[in-house]
Design a protein around this ligand. Structure first.
Ligand SMILES: [Zn+2]
Length: 417
C-alpha cells in the first residue's frame, strides 16, 4: 500500500526517520511540534539554567562546556545562548567538512570574533576524507557520511581528551522533525541514535570491514569514544531545543541583525539560512537524497514553516514542486574532488533506494489526505510573510565556486587588533 501523507504538513509515512499518522491523519512530527505552543518555556529555561549550573566551573581559563559549530545551522544562536544568556565559557569545536563555501568560512570567523571565543577545528587529511566518502557512497549511497560521522564524533573526542563533561547542541531532529521523542523526554546525545539515524546504521569500523581500501588509513576522526571514557568523565550532550521554543528562521534573523550572520540563496530550497556553509548540502547531496528517499530538503523546510504557521499547506506544496527538480550545479565539483564520474556517484544513490519510497526504480506516489482531514488539521497563520533575507556579501567579486579547506575568513579592515 502506498504511504499516506499527513493532513497538516507534507510528510509521508515513507519518511526515513519513520513518522506515524494518528486517527486524524496528522503525523507524529506535527503532534510533537504542537507542544511548542503549550509548553511553559520560562519553566523550561529555569530547568536548563539549573542543569548547566552543575557544570559551571567558575575557574578562570577553564571551559564550562563544548559547543559544536559550523559556518551555518544556528551556530551563532547557540553560542549566543550559551555565552550571553547562560553565562558559560564555551570551547567551540568544528569538524571541517571540506565542502566549505567561502561564505561559510567567513561566518565561522565572524562567530569566533563576535563572541571572543576559542575554536578547536579538526581538519582531516583530504585523501582519508575522500576514501571514506567513496566507501560510504558504495556502502550506503551517502556523500555526506564523513561529515555526519566527523561532526558527531569530534565534540565527544574533545570532551574526553580535555575532561569537559557538557556538550551543548542546538536542535534534535528526531524531536523537531518527526516526533520520535517529545520535548518532555529531554532526549540527550547517544551513541545509539548517532549510529542508527545520523550514520544510517554504519560506524566507521563497519565501513572499513566492507572496504579494505580503508585499512591503511587513520580512521580515528570518525570513531566515537569508548563508553568507559564517556562514563568516567560523565559526558552528557544536551539539546537547546528541549528548553527553548526552537524557530530557526527567527533565530537566524536575529543573528543577522545582531552579529552580521551572512546568508545566500540555495539552489534547491527557499531556506537561505541553514546550509550556506556547504557547496553540496542543498545541491548534489540533495539530489542524492531525492534519488534514495524520494524527497528533497525543501520538503523539510516547507513542513517546518507550515508547523510554525508562516506558510499554508498549499503554499508549501507549491514551493516543494518548484524546487525539488531543480539542477544541482555543484555536482562536477564533487566528482572532481572524489576522482569519480558524476553518473557513478548518482548510480551509488540509485543502488540504495529506500524501498518505502521507490518500487521497481519508480517513485511510489503517496496517498493524498482527504479535503476534510486537511481542513480539520489546518493551523491558523500567524505570519503572512515567509521570505528569507539575502544579506549583502562581505566579499564582493569573490567567485565562491571552489572548496575553501582552510581560510582565515573575513576581517574588518577597520579592526587593527
Ligand atoms: Zn505532519
Amino acid at each position: 500500500m502506498s504511504p499516506r501523507t499527513c493532513a497538516r504538513c507534507l510528510y509521508t509515512e515513507a519518511h526515513p526517520l519513520h513518522l506515524v499518522l494518528d486517527s486524524e491523519f496528522v503525523c507524529s512530527g506535527c503532534r510533537v511540534h504542537e507542544e511548542k505552543d503549550s509548553i511553559d518555556w520560562s519553566e523550561r529555561w529555569r530547568r536548563l539554567e539549573s542543569l548547566v549550573g552543575e557544570f559551571r566551573t567558575r575557574v578562570s581559563g577553564h571551559y564550562d562546556c563544548i559547543v559544536p559549530v559550523s559556518g551555518a545551522r544556528d551556530s551563532h544562536f547557540i553560542v549566543h545562548v550559551v555565552k550571553h544568556r547562560l553565562g558559560l565559557n564555551p570551547l567551540l569545536v568544528s569538524y571541517n567538512r571540506h565542502y566549505n563555501t567561502d561564505l561559510g568560512i567567513r561566518n565561522l570567523a565572524n562567530l569566533r570574533m563576535a563572541f571572543d571565543v576559542d575554536l578547536l577545528e579538526n581538519t582531516v587529511q583530504p585523501q582519508s576524507a575522500k576514501a571514506v566518502t567513496r566507501a560510504a557512497l558504495q556502502a550506503i549511497g551517502s556523500m555526506h557520511w564523513h561529515t555526519l560521522a566527523g561532526q558527531t564524533a569530534w565534540p565527544v573526542q574533545v570532551a574526553v581528551r580535555m575532561g569537559i563533561p557538557l556538550i551543548v547542541w542546538g536542535v534534535h531532529q528526531g524531536v523537531d522533525q518527526v516526533g520520535m521523542y517529545s520535548h518532555f523526554d529531554e532526549i540527550e546525545m547517544s551513541r545509539r541514535y548517532r549510529k542508527e539515524h545520523d550514520l544510517m546504521g554504519w560506524e566507521i569500523d563497519d565501513l572499513a570491514a566492507a572496504d579494505p581500501r580503508l585499512d591503511a588509513l587513520n580512521l580515528s576522526p570518525w570513531r566515537y569514544p569508548d563508553a568507559g571514557d564517556i562514563a568516567r568523565i560523565g559526558i552528557r550532550g544536551i539539546y537547546l531545543s528541549n528548553y527553548l521554543r526552537w524557530d530557526t528562521k527567527a533565530q537566524h534573523e536575529s543573528m543577522i541583525e545582531t552579529y552580521g550572520y551572512e546568508t545566500r540563496a540555495a539552489s534547491r530550497t527557499f531556506d537561505a539560512y541553514n546550509d550556506v556553509d556547504c557547496h553540496h548540502y542543498s545541491g548534489i547531496h540533495d539530489v542524492i537524497r531525492f534519488r534514495k528517499h524520494g524527497y528533497a530538503k525543501v520538503l523539510d523546510h516547507a513542513c517546518r514553516e507550515i508547523r510554525l504557521r508562516r506558510m499554508t499547506r498549499e503554499a508549501g506544496a507549491a514551493l516543494v514542486a518548484e524546487h525539488m527538480n531543480r539542477p544541482a550545479p555543484d555536482g562536477a565539483l564533487l566528482a572532481e574532488w572524489l576522482g569519480m564520474d558524476l553518473p557513478d556517484i548518482l548510480g551509488s544513490a540509485d543502488a540504495h533506494r529506500n524501498p518505502a519510497a521507490y518500487s521497481g526504480g519508480v517513485p511510489i506516489q503517496p496517498q493524498p489526505p482527504g479535503k476534510d482531514a486537511v481542513e480539520a488539521a489546518r493551523l491558523p497563520q500567524v505570519e503572512p510573510d515567509c521570505s528569507f533575507r539575502i544579506t549583502p556579501t562581505r566579499a564582493p567579486g569573490q567567485r565562491d565556486d571552489a572548496y575553501v579547506l582552510i581560510g582565515k575568513g573575513w576581517f574588518d579592515p577597520e579592526d587593527t587588533q
